[in-house]
Design a protein around this ligand. Sequence first.
Ligand SMILES: [Zn+2]
Length: 410
Amino acid sequence: MKRILPLLLLMLLCACVNSPSPKTRKAVLVIVDGIPAQTMERLQPPTMMSIAHQGRYHRAYCGGEKGSYSETPTVSAIGYTNILTGTWMNKHNVTGNDNLSPNYHYPTLFRIAKDQSRHVTTALYSSWLDNRTVLLGENKDETRGLTIDYVFDGYDHDKTNYPDEKDDLHIQKIDGRVCQEAAQSIRNDAPDLSWIYLWYPDDAFHAHGHGTFTDKAVMTVDEQLAPVWEAVQYRMREKDEEWLVVVVTDHGRGFDGHHHGGQSADERTVWVITNQRRSNRQFFRPTFSHVDINPTICQWMGFQVPEEVALERDGISFIGKTDIYDLKVEPYDNTVQLRWQHEGPNTTATVYLATTNDFSTGGHDQWQKIAEVPAKQKNVSIDLSPYGDSKFFKFAVKTPYVTLNRWLKR
Ligand SMILES: [Zn+2]
Protein backbone atom coordinates (compact mmCIF):
# COMPACT_ATOMS: atom_id res chain seq x y z
CA MET A 1 0.00 0.00 0.00
CA LYS A 2 2.88 2.33 0.90
CA ARG A 3 4.26 1.92 -2.60
CA ILE A 4 0.86 2.04 -4.32
CA LEU A 5 -0.26 5.32 -2.72
CA PRO A 6 2.44 7.56 -4.31
CA LEU A 7 1.78 5.79 -7.60
CA LEU A 8 -1.94 6.55 -7.33
CA LEU A 9 -1.18 10.18 -6.50
CA LEU A 10 1.12 10.40 -9.51
CA MET A 11 -1.55 8.90 -11.79
CA LEU A 12 -4.13 11.33 -10.42
CA LEU A 13 -1.75 14.25 -11.05
CA CYS A 14 -1.12 13.08 -14.63
CA ALA A 15 -4.86 12.74 -15.20
CA CYS A 16 -5.37 16.31 -14.02
CA VAL A 17 -2.60 17.67 -16.21
CA ASN A 18 -3.76 15.74 -19.25
CA SER A 19 -7.50 16.35 -18.97
CA PRO A 20 -8.45 19.02 -21.52
CA SER A 21 -9.73 22.29 -20.16
CA PRO A 22 -13.39 22.77 -21.01
CA LYS A 23 -13.99 24.43 -24.34
CA THR A 24 -15.30 27.98 -24.48
CA ARG A 25 -19.01 27.95 -25.15
CA LYS A 26 -20.69 30.25 -27.65
CA ALA A 27 -24.29 30.53 -28.83
CA VAL A 28 -25.95 31.77 -32.03
CA LEU A 29 -29.69 32.34 -32.23
CA VAL A 30 -31.11 32.61 -35.76
CA ILE A 31 -34.71 33.75 -36.26
CA VAL A 32 -35.94 33.27 -39.83
CA ASP A 33 -39.26 35.01 -40.22
CA GLY A 34 -42.47 33.19 -41.00
CA ILE A 35 -41.51 29.85 -42.60
CA PRO A 36 -44.18 27.20 -41.99
CA ALA A 37 -43.07 23.78 -40.68
CA GLN A 38 -44.72 22.01 -43.60
CA THR A 39 -42.59 24.05 -46.04
CA MET A 40 -39.39 23.25 -44.12
CA GLU A 41 -40.24 19.57 -44.09
CA ARG A 42 -41.16 19.45 -47.77
CA LEU A 43 -38.17 21.45 -49.05
CA GLN A 44 -35.50 20.20 -46.62
CA PRO A 45 -33.36 23.35 -47.19
CA PRO A 46 -29.78 22.04 -47.28
CA THR A 47 -28.00 24.48 -44.91
CA MET A 48 -30.60 24.28 -42.19
CA MET A 49 -30.91 20.52 -42.63
CA SER A 50 -27.13 20.22 -42.40
CA ILE A 51 -27.34 21.92 -38.98
CA ALA A 52 -30.21 19.61 -38.02
CA HIS A 53 -28.26 16.63 -39.28
CA GLN A 54 -25.53 17.31 -36.70
CA GLY A 55 -28.22 17.91 -34.09
CA ARG A 56 -31.98 17.89 -34.31
CA TYR A 57 -35.10 19.30 -35.95
CA HIS A 58 -38.50 19.31 -34.27
CA ARG A 59 -41.80 21.13 -34.37
CA ALA A 60 -42.73 23.33 -31.44
CA TYR A 61 -45.52 25.76 -30.66
CA CYS A 62 -45.90 29.50 -30.23
CA GLY A 63 -48.89 31.58 -29.17
CA GLY A 64 -48.91 30.83 -25.43
CA GLU A 65 -51.70 28.74 -23.99
CA LYS A 66 -54.79 29.09 -26.14
CA GLY A 67 -57.73 30.46 -24.17
CA SER A 68 -55.71 31.25 -21.05
CA TYR A 69 -54.00 34.30 -19.60
CA SER A 70 -50.85 33.56 -21.63
CA GLU A 71 -52.51 33.35 -25.06
CA THR A 72 -50.24 35.30 -27.38
CA PRO A 73 -50.89 36.43 -30.98
CA THR A 74 -48.80 34.62 -33.61
CA VAL A 75 -47.23 37.89 -34.76
CA SER A 76 -43.58 38.53 -35.62
CA ALA A 77 -42.15 40.92 -33.01
CA ILE A 78 -44.24 39.18 -30.37
CA GLY A 79 -42.62 35.89 -31.39
CA TYR A 80 -39.10 37.29 -31.24
CA THR A 81 -39.82 38.59 -27.75
CA ASN A 82 -41.22 35.23 -26.60
CA ILE A 83 -37.88 33.79 -27.66
CA LEU A 84 -35.67 36.55 -26.22
CA THR A 85 -37.34 36.72 -22.80
CA GLY A 86 -38.62 33.17 -22.32
CA THR A 87 -42.03 34.61 -21.44
CA TRP A 88 -45.38 35.03 -23.18
CA MET A 89 -47.09 38.31 -24.00
CA ASN A 90 -48.91 38.66 -20.66
CA LYS A 91 -45.43 39.34 -19.25
CA HIS A 92 -43.22 40.84 -21.99
CA ASN A 93 -46.00 43.14 -23.27
CA VAL A 94 -44.92 43.28 -26.93
CA THR A 95 -48.38 43.20 -28.48
CA GLY A 96 -47.72 43.77 -32.19
CA ASN A 97 -45.10 44.98 -34.66
CA ASP A 98 -45.35 48.71 -34.00
CA ASN A 99 -46.10 51.14 -31.17
CA LEU A 100 -44.10 48.76 -29.03
CA SER A 101 -43.68 49.08 -25.29
CA PRO A 102 -41.81 46.00 -24.08
CA ASN A 103 -41.83 45.37 -20.36
CA TYR A 104 -38.07 45.38 -19.85
CA HIS A 105 -38.45 44.01 -16.33
CA TYR A 106 -38.52 40.60 -18.07
CA PRO A 107 -34.90 40.61 -19.24
CA THR A 108 -33.87 39.50 -22.73
CA LEU A 109 -31.00 37.09 -23.29
CA PHE A 110 -28.86 40.14 -24.05
CA ARG A 111 -29.56 41.79 -20.68
CA ILE A 112 -28.91 38.49 -18.89
CA ALA A 113 -25.61 38.10 -20.80
CA LYS A 114 -24.42 41.52 -19.71
CA ASP A 115 -25.42 40.89 -16.09
CA GLN A 116 -22.90 38.05 -15.75
CA SER A 117 -19.92 38.63 -13.46
CA ARG A 118 -17.63 37.53 -16.31
CA HIS A 119 -17.33 39.54 -19.51
CA VAL A 120 -19.74 38.24 -22.16
CA THR A 121 -19.60 39.67 -25.69
CA THR A 122 -22.81 40.04 -27.70
CA ALA A 123 -23.70 40.62 -31.34
CA LEU A 124 -26.77 41.52 -33.34
CA TYR A 125 -26.99 40.96 -37.11
CA SER A 126 -30.46 42.05 -38.09
CA SER A 127 -32.56 42.99 -41.10
CA TRP A 128 -34.93 44.97 -38.84
CA LEU A 129 -33.56 47.93 -36.87
CA ASP A 130 -36.24 47.82 -34.16
CA ASN A 131 -34.83 44.56 -32.84
CA ARG A 132 -31.96 46.58 -31.37
CA THR A 133 -33.57 49.91 -30.65
CA VAL A 134 -36.88 48.64 -29.27
CA LEU A 135 -37.01 44.91 -28.44
CA LEU A 136 -33.51 44.67 -26.93
CA GLY A 137 -33.69 48.32 -25.88
CA GLU A 138 -30.07 49.30 -26.45
CA ASN A 139 -28.90 52.26 -24.34
CA LYS A 140 -32.28 52.74 -22.66
CA ASP A 141 -32.62 53.62 -19.00
CA GLU A 142 -35.21 50.83 -18.67
CA THR A 143 -32.62 48.25 -19.77
CA ARG A 144 -29.98 49.85 -17.56
CA GLY A 145 -28.17 51.10 -20.65
CA LEU A 146 -27.84 47.75 -22.41
CA THR A 147 -24.81 47.65 -24.70
CA ILE A 148 -24.24 45.34 -27.69
CA ASP A 149 -20.65 44.75 -28.79
CA TYR A 150 -21.03 43.97 -32.50
CA VAL A 151 -23.92 45.41 -34.48
CA PHE A 152 -24.77 45.06 -38.16
CA ASP A 153 -28.24 46.43 -38.88
CA GLY A 154 -30.11 49.51 -40.11
CA TYR A 155 -30.01 48.48 -43.78
CA ASP A 156 -33.82 48.59 -43.80
CA HIS A 157 -33.50 52.36 -43.39
CA ASP A 158 -30.78 52.70 -46.04
CA LYS A 159 -32.82 53.69 -49.10
CA THR A 160 -29.69 54.61 -51.07
CA ASN A 161 -28.19 51.15 -51.12
CA TYR A 162 -31.43 49.23 -50.64
CA PRO A 163 -34.20 51.14 -52.47
CA ASP A 164 -37.69 49.62 -52.44
CA GLU A 165 -38.18 46.88 -55.00
CA LYS A 166 -41.11 44.89 -56.36
CA ASP A 167 -42.13 42.05 -54.04
CA ASP A 168 -39.92 43.68 -51.38
CA LEU A 169 -36.92 41.98 -52.92
CA HIS A 170 -34.67 44.64 -51.35
CA ILE A 171 -35.42 42.93 -48.02
CA GLN A 172 -34.02 39.70 -49.45
CA LYS A 173 -30.84 41.58 -50.38
CA ILE A 174 -30.66 42.96 -46.84
CA ASP A 175 -30.92 39.41 -45.45
CA GLY A 176 -28.00 38.46 -47.68
CA ARG A 177 -25.94 41.40 -46.41
CA VAL A 178 -26.78 40.55 -42.80
CA CYS A 179 -25.65 36.95 -43.32
CA GLN A 180 -22.37 38.06 -44.93
CA GLU A 181 -21.62 40.41 -42.04
CA ALA A 182 -22.60 37.76 -39.50
CA ALA A 183 -20.41 35.12 -41.12
CA GLN A 184 -17.40 37.41 -41.16
CA SER A 185 -17.95 38.64 -37.61
CA ILE A 186 -18.47 35.15 -36.22
CA ARG A 187 -15.35 33.96 -38.00
CA ASN A 188 -13.21 36.86 -36.75
CA ASP A 189 -14.79 38.11 -33.52
CA ALA A 190 -16.65 35.01 -32.32
CA PRO A 191 -19.04 36.87 -30.01
CA ASP A 192 -20.20 34.76 -27.06
CA LEU A 193 -23.88 35.38 -27.85
CA SER A 194 -25.17 36.33 -31.31
CA TRP A 195 -28.62 36.92 -32.71
CA ILE A 196 -29.20 36.83 -36.45
CA TYR A 197 -32.59 37.99 -37.71
CA LEU A 198 -33.69 37.38 -41.34
CA TRP A 199 -36.89 38.93 -42.59
CA TYR A 200 -37.69 38.17 -46.23
CA PRO A 201 -39.52 34.82 -46.20
CA ASP A 202 -42.37 36.45 -44.24
CA ASP A 203 -42.83 39.18 -46.85
CA ALA A 204 -42.78 36.59 -49.62
CA PHE A 205 -45.47 34.48 -47.94
CA HIS A 206 -47.68 37.50 -47.21
CA ALA A 207 -47.64 38.40 -50.90
CA HIS A 208 -47.72 34.99 -52.56
CA GLY A 209 -48.84 32.32 -50.06
CA HIS A 210 -47.75 28.72 -50.57
CA GLY A 211 -46.19 28.19 -54.00
CA THR A 212 -43.09 28.33 -56.13
CA PHE A 213 -42.32 31.97 -55.23
CA THR A 214 -42.13 31.26 -51.52
CA ASP A 215 -40.33 27.94 -52.03
CA LYS A 216 -37.63 29.92 -53.81
CA ALA A 217 -37.55 32.55 -51.04
CA VAL A 218 -37.00 29.82 -48.45
CA MET A 219 -34.24 28.18 -50.49
CA THR A 220 -32.58 31.60 -50.95
CA VAL A 221 -32.53 32.44 -47.25
CA ASP A 222 -31.13 28.97 -46.62
CA GLU A 223 -28.35 29.66 -49.12
CA GLN A 224 -27.69 33.04 -47.48
CA LEU A 225 -27.22 31.22 -44.16
CA ALA A 226 -24.59 28.85 -45.57
CA PRO A 227 -21.55 31.09 -44.85
CA VAL A 228 -22.80 31.62 -41.29
CA TRP A 229 -22.90 27.88 -40.69
CA GLU A 230 -19.49 27.53 -42.34
CA ALA A 231 -18.11 30.20 -39.98
CA VAL A 232 -19.45 28.36 -36.93
CA GLN A 233 -17.97 25.09 -38.17
CA TYR A 234 -14.66 26.85 -38.82
CA ARG A 235 -14.59 28.12 -35.20
CA MET A 236 -15.40 24.65 -33.85
CA ARG A 237 -12.72 23.05 -36.02
CA GLU A 238 -9.94 25.57 -35.56
CA LYS A 239 -10.53 27.03 -32.09
CA ASP A 240 -11.12 25.55 -28.69
CA GLU A 241 -14.81 26.40 -28.84
CA GLU A 242 -18.11 24.62 -28.62
CA TRP A 243 -21.06 26.31 -30.34
CA LEU A 244 -24.79 26.04 -29.82
CA VAL A 245 -26.77 27.03 -32.90
CA VAL A 246 -30.54 27.45 -32.58
CA VAL A 247 -32.56 28.27 -35.70
CA VAL A 248 -36.25 29.02 -35.19
CA THR A 249 -39.17 30.71 -36.90
CA ASP A 250 -41.39 33.24 -35.16
CA HIS A 251 -44.85 31.89 -36.08
CA GLY A 252 -46.65 29.54 -38.45
CA ARG A 253 -49.16 30.67 -41.07
CA GLY A 254 -52.81 30.17 -42.04
CA PHE A 255 -53.78 27.33 -44.38
CA ASP A 256 -52.94 29.19 -47.63
CA GLY A 257 -49.64 30.57 -46.35
CA HIS A 258 -50.58 34.24 -46.64
CA HIS A 259 -51.55 35.27 -43.16
CA HIS A 260 -50.76 34.76 -39.50
CA GLY A 261 -51.60 36.24 -36.13
CA GLY A 262 -54.44 33.93 -35.05
CA GLN A 263 -54.60 30.78 -32.99
CA SER A 264 -55.18 28.09 -35.63
CA ALA A 265 -53.05 24.95 -35.32
CA ASP A 266 -51.02 25.94 -38.40
CA GLU A 267 -50.36 29.47 -37.10
CA ARG A 268 -49.31 28.11 -33.69
CA THR A 269 -46.91 25.59 -35.20
CA VAL A 270 -43.25 26.53 -35.47
CA TRP A 271 -40.04 24.52 -35.79
CA VAL A 272 -36.69 24.56 -34.05
CA ILE A 273 -33.32 23.35 -35.31
CA THR A 274 -30.23 22.89 -33.18
CA ASN A 275 -26.76 21.62 -34.04
CA GLN A 276 -26.53 19.96 -30.62
CA ARG A 277 -27.53 16.35 -30.33
CA ARG A 278 -27.30 16.55 -26.54
CA SER A 279 -30.88 17.76 -26.19
CA ASN A 280 -33.09 16.37 -23.47
CA ARG A 281 -36.66 15.09 -23.81
CA GLN A 282 -38.19 18.55 -23.76
CA PHE A 283 -37.16 18.89 -27.41
CA PHE A 284 -39.68 16.19 -28.32
CA ARG A 285 -42.54 16.96 -25.94
CA PRO A 286 -45.82 18.59 -26.99
CA THR A 287 -44.92 21.36 -24.52
CA PHE A 288 -41.82 22.35 -26.53
CA SER A 289 -42.20 26.03 -27.46
CA HIS A 290 -40.63 29.43 -28.17
CA VAL A 291 -40.18 30.19 -24.48
CA ASP A 292 -37.81 27.22 -24.01
CA ILE A 293 -35.07 28.89 -26.04
CA ASN A 294 -34.03 31.54 -23.48
CA PRO A 295 -33.56 28.96 -20.67
CA THR A 296 -31.70 26.67 -23.10
CA ILE A 297 -29.19 29.32 -24.17
CA CYS A 298 -28.72 30.43 -20.54
CA GLN A 299 -28.08 26.81 -19.53
CA TRP A 300 -25.65 26.25 -22.40
CA MET A 301 -23.72 29.45 -21.64
CA GLY A 302 -23.70 28.79 -17.89
CA PHE A 303 -25.40 32.13 -17.26
CA GLN A 304 -26.39 32.88 -13.67
CA VAL A 305 -30.05 33.86 -13.75
CA PRO A 306 -31.50 35.68 -10.71
CA GLU A 307 -34.00 33.54 -8.81
CA GLU A 308 -36.83 36.02 -9.30
CA VAL A 309 -36.23 35.98 -13.09
CA ALA A 310 -36.12 32.17 -13.17
CA LEU A 311 -39.46 32.11 -11.30
CA GLU A 312 -41.04 34.16 -14.10
CA ARG A 313 -39.74 32.37 -17.19
CA ASP A 314 -42.42 30.31 -18.88
CA GLY A 315 -40.13 27.78 -20.57
CA ILE A 316 -37.52 25.20 -19.63
CA SER A 317 -34.17 24.21 -21.11
CA PHE A 318 -34.02 21.57 -23.83
CA ILE A 319 -30.44 20.72 -22.91
CA GLY A 320 -29.16 19.51 -19.55
CA LYS A 321 -30.99 17.50 -16.93
CA THR A 322 -34.76 17.69 -16.85
CA ASP A 323 -37.50 16.22 -14.68
CA ILE A 324 -40.81 18.10 -14.30
CA TYR A 325 -42.82 19.84 -17.03
CA ASP A 326 -46.34 20.93 -17.99
CA LEU A 327 -47.61 22.56 -14.79
CA LYS A 328 -51.40 22.94 -14.58
CA VAL A 329 -53.56 24.73 -12.03
CA GLU A 330 -57.03 23.42 -11.19
CA PRO A 331 -59.08 25.56 -8.78
CA TYR A 332 -61.87 23.96 -6.75
CA ASP A 333 -63.73 26.17 -4.24
CA ASN A 334 -61.02 27.57 -2.01
CA THR A 335 -58.38 24.99 -2.90
CA VAL A 336 -56.22 24.50 -5.91
CA GLN A 337 -54.61 21.39 -7.35
CA LEU A 338 -51.23 21.88 -8.94
CA ARG A 339 -50.49 19.07 -11.39
CA TRP A 340 -47.35 18.46 -13.39
CA GLN A 341 -45.70 15.77 -15.43
CA HIS A 342 -42.51 14.04 -14.34
CA GLU A 343 -39.90 11.89 -16.00
CA GLY A 344 -36.31 11.36 -14.96
CA PRO A 345 -34.54 11.62 -11.62
CA ASN A 346 -36.33 11.31 -8.28
CA THR A 347 -35.99 14.88 -7.16
CA THR A 348 -37.82 17.01 -4.64
CA ALA A 349 -40.33 19.56 -5.89
CA THR A 350 -40.66 22.73 -3.83
CA VAL A 351 -43.82 24.73 -4.31
CA TYR A 352 -43.92 28.52 -3.96
CA LEU A 353 -46.76 31.00 -4.00
CA ALA A 354 -46.99 34.79 -4.39
CA THR A 355 -50.16 36.88 -4.31
CA THR A 356 -48.58 39.95 -5.85
CA ASN A 357 -47.10 40.70 -9.29
CA ASP A 358 -44.70 43.45 -8.29
CA PHE A 359 -41.98 41.93 -10.50
CA SER A 360 -43.86 43.23 -13.54
CA THR A 361 -43.39 46.83 -12.37
CA GLY A 362 -39.82 46.49 -11.19
CA GLY A 363 -40.56 45.45 -7.62
CA HIS A 364 -40.04 42.21 -5.76
CA ASP A 365 -42.64 39.58 -4.91
CA GLN A 366 -42.69 37.79 -1.59
CA TRP A 367 -42.63 34.16 -2.71
CA GLN A 368 -43.67 31.87 0.12
CA LYS A 369 -42.56 28.26 0.28
CA ILE A 370 -45.79 26.30 0.80
CA ALA A 371 -44.99 22.64 0.12
CA GLU A 372 -42.23 20.16 -0.55
CA VAL A 373 -43.10 16.84 -2.20
CA PRO A 374 -41.35 14.16 -4.27
CA ALA A 375 -41.41 15.41 -7.87
CA LYS A 376 -42.80 12.06 -9.02
CA GLN A 377 -45.92 12.67 -6.91
CA LYS A 378 -46.92 15.01 -9.77
CA ASN A 379 -49.51 16.98 -7.82
CA VAL A 380 -50.16 18.87 -4.64
CA SER A 381 -53.29 20.36 -3.12
CA ILE A 382 -53.10 23.92 -1.80
CA ASP A 383 -55.57 25.47 0.63
CA LEU A 384 -56.10 29.08 -0.39
CA SER A 385 -58.11 30.14 2.68
CA PRO A 386 -55.07 31.67 4.45
CA TYR A 387 -54.86 34.20 1.60
CA GLY A 388 -58.22 35.83 2.26
CA ASP A 389 -59.96 37.16 -0.80
CA SER A 390 -56.82 37.47 -2.93
CA LYS A 391 -57.85 37.30 -6.59
CA PHE A 392 -54.40 36.70 -8.03
CA PHE A 393 -51.84 33.95 -7.40
CA LYS A 394 -48.53 33.04 -8.92
CA PHE A 395 -47.45 29.45 -8.32
CA ALA A 396 -44.01 28.03 -8.97
CA VAL A 397 -42.75 24.46 -8.70
CA LYS A 398 -39.01 24.07 -8.50
CA THR A 399 -36.63 21.10 -8.61
CA PRO A 400 -32.83 21.18 -8.82
CA TYR A 401 -33.15 21.25 -12.63
CA VAL A 402 -36.39 22.93 -13.61
CA THR A 403 -38.60 25.81 -12.49
CA LEU A 404 -42.21 25.94 -13.69
CA ASN A 405 -44.72 28.69 -13.02
CA ARG A 406 -48.37 29.36 -13.48
CA TRP A 407 -50.82 32.14 -12.71
CA LEU A 408 -54.32 31.83 -11.28
CA LYS A 409 -56.78 34.71 -11.55
CA ARG A 410 -60.19 34.28 -9.96
ZN1 LIG B 1 -43.05 37.04 -38.70
